[in-house]
Write a protein that binds this ligand. Structure first.
Ligand SMILES: [Cu+2]
Length: 74
């Protein structure tokens, strides 16, 4: 089972940011896939159910971006 986390992220300016953010999040345990779009400022993450969502938002901050909103969808 997986769940989807949709984050609004501030600070992505280009395709390089998308790649950097995606790579940083994909290394986390439980993350199945991640997709970032700098135009919309959205990061979509597919997680194994029960994974640590806060680890995702923490990793986004560590990568230098700011999470302004988040929503979990099953
Ligand atoms: Cu950039």
């Amino acid at each position: 089972m997986t769940e989807k986390l949709v984050l609004k992220v501030q600070g992505m300016d280009c395709a390089g940011c998308e790649q950097r953010l995606t790579a940083a999040v994909q290394r986390l345990e439980g993350v199945r896939s991640a997709a970032a779009d700098h135009a919309t400022g959205v990061l979509e993450v597919e997680l194994a159910s029960g994974s640590d969502r806060e680890a995702v938002t923490a990793r986004v901050s560590e990568a230098g971006y700011t999470v302004t909103d988040q929503e979990a969808r099953s």
